[in-house]
Write a protein that binds this ligand. Structure first.
Ligand code: URP
Ligand code: ZN
Ligand code: ZN
Length: 484
């Protein structure tokens, strides 16, 4: 009788704190032994020359999110999760959305049904587009108790954005319920002012998307949401920090002791606004919000990563095909930038690009790579230590990584249902060979082998990292209406 279901032998294990040579013994989907020369396994995997990494956690992914049309999200959970696993990711956090005037409970139920075909594990942030008193007081307490422990709010995008007053109500509710608020921070009215002026001036090409939202649009709003978080003593995560000034706002908030966490995305580390100016209408492939910025901003983000100001890197996978009636070109090849759907695909590319641009190029070390791609997100979203690390008792979610393999990124390698990758032609060093979710291969030697439906919903209970500090800027706690 073998001691283990599977032993991964002779690899180099990396966590967010350590790098060591060790076998990994797996039983019933869980890591049960670490050490050299482990006993017999029903199956053995020789990882000599490979890194054994915690499977990635991509905590910002728009998979199978419905839209009102005519454009559509290209992925189902079957295709999106295949793409994630091809890139070494074993858990995604997606978004269940409240329709304006509708119920978030209904949005969650519908998204749970879509996610049932996921090959990898998943959890949700709840997008609140209409935080009415009944939603805050009646629906959210139940949903948080069911394990949906984070909210996303948008301060821009027609149809999704909420006002500052509503954002404060959401933050107060999150504080009472022990949930984390994640924020898309851009100054909507400024974007609209710029946009009207650009359209009036006939400046409508994809590159003008970036002109409509210069950094001040983001950095002002990041400053504002940090102030709101400080006033209400509410922990927040600022999503998709795209460059120097907004990262500096996060750094300043952190220096004041606030629980403000900053996320950036792959695209802000390797793309720039110049990509929006590619020939023809190709720039449409790079339309996302915030817009990609400059090489100086990329350098600033790496510096903020090194300083620990930015602690997780996600894909913000938001796939819209380029071609077809539901694609980025749905309104024609000369459509104004306002009619190009926002968002880029990037599930499979995230970890390889981070490894290559970060680790291989000497910008970060291996534990930092692990933390950025898995461990920090696990901690921030209440999944640690079940997810995001290699430890006895953790789920056997692993990426067996060839650190020297050279790969040129192509759409075919992404494995999603999109028709292009913004990273086409990029050369990377380091590639996941095999990805295991709870001990079961989902990708084996670069091929998707995991069944749709293998993924499990991950409910998230209360956890101390997002507890409020109990510190207010004055003598009054405005959330509970009491003196402090
Ligand atoms: O352009 C982007 N980022 N689209 C996805 C939705 C969002 O704003 O996160
Ligand atoms: Zn966003
Ligand atoms: Zn997003």
């Amino acid at each position: 009788m073998p001691d283990f279901d599977l032993v991964i032998r002779n690899g180099t294990v990396a966590t967010a704190t350590d790098v060591f040579d060790s076998d990994v013994g797996i039983r019933d989907g869980v890591i049960v032994a670490l050490g050299q020369g482990l006993g017999a396994g029903a199956q053995d995997y020789d990882a000599r020359g490979k890194l054994v990494l915690p499977g990635g956690i991509d905590s910002h992914t728009h998979i199978a999110e419905p839209r009102t049309g005519p454009t559509a999200n290209a992925d189902s959970f079957a295709s999106g999760s295949a793409s994630a696993a091809l890139g070494g990711t074993t858990t995604v956090i997606g978004f269940a959305r409240q329709a304006r005037g509708g119920s978030i409970a209904a949005g969650v139920a519908e998204h749970l049904a879509r996610a049932a075909e996921s090959r990898i594990d998943y959890s949700f942030h709840m997008i609140l587009t209409d935080p009415r008193p009944d939603i805050l007081a009646e629906e959210l307490p139940n949903l948080v108790a069911q394990g949906h422990r984070s909210f996303k709010i948008f301060l821009t995008y027609e149809g999704a954005r909420i006002s500052d007053a509503e954002a404060l109500d959401v933050m107060a509710t999150a504080r009472r319920l022990g949930a984390l608020v994640c924020i898309h921070a851009e100054h909507h009215d400024l974007i609209m002012f710029y946009t009207r002026a650009l359209l009036a001036a006939g400046l409508t090409a994809p590159k003008h998307h970036a002109w409509a939202k210069p950094m001040v649009v983001e950095s002002e709003c990041v400053h504002r949401v940090c102030a709101m978080a400080e006033a209400l003593d509410v922990p927040i995560q600022v999503f998709h920090v795209s460059g120097a000034e907004s990262a500096e706002e996060i750094a300043r908030a952190q220096a004041r002791g606030l629980k403000v966490w900053g996320e950036t995305c792959t695209q802000y580390l390797v793309l720039t606004a110049e990509d929006l100016d590619r020939p023809g209408f190709e720039g449409a492939k790079y339309v996302c919000s915030p817009a990609p910025r400059s090489q100086a901003d990329q350098a600033a983000l790496w510096e903020m990563i090194r300083r620990g100001v930015i602690q997780n890197v996600t894909s913000d996978h938001a796939p819209t095909r380029y071609a077809g009636p539901d694609g980025k070109t749905a309104f024609g090849l000369d459509a104004p930038f306002t009619q190009i759907p926002n968002g880029l695909p990037g599930l499979a590319a995230r970890m390889p690009i981070l490894f290559s641009e970060g680790m291989v190029k000497g910008r970060i070390d291996l534990p930092t790579f692990v933390s950025l791609t898995a461990t920090h997100a696990a901690k921030l979203f209440g999944l640690h230590p079940r997810k995001g690390t290699i430890a006895i008792g953790s789920d056997a979610d692993l990426a067996i990584w060839d650190p020297t393999k050279r790969v040129t990124l192509t759409q075919a390698l992404m494995g999603d249902a999109n028709d292009h990758t913004p990273y086409e032609g990029m050369a990377v060093t380091g590639w996941p060979e095999t990805t295991l979710v709870r001990g079961v291969p989902v990708v084996e030697h670069g091929r998707v082998v995991g069944a749709a439906g293998h993924g499990r919903f991950l409910p998230r209970g209360p956890y101390p990292m997002i507890a409020p500090r109990g510190v207010f800027p004055g003598p009054f706690n405005p959330v509970d209406g009491v003196a402090v």
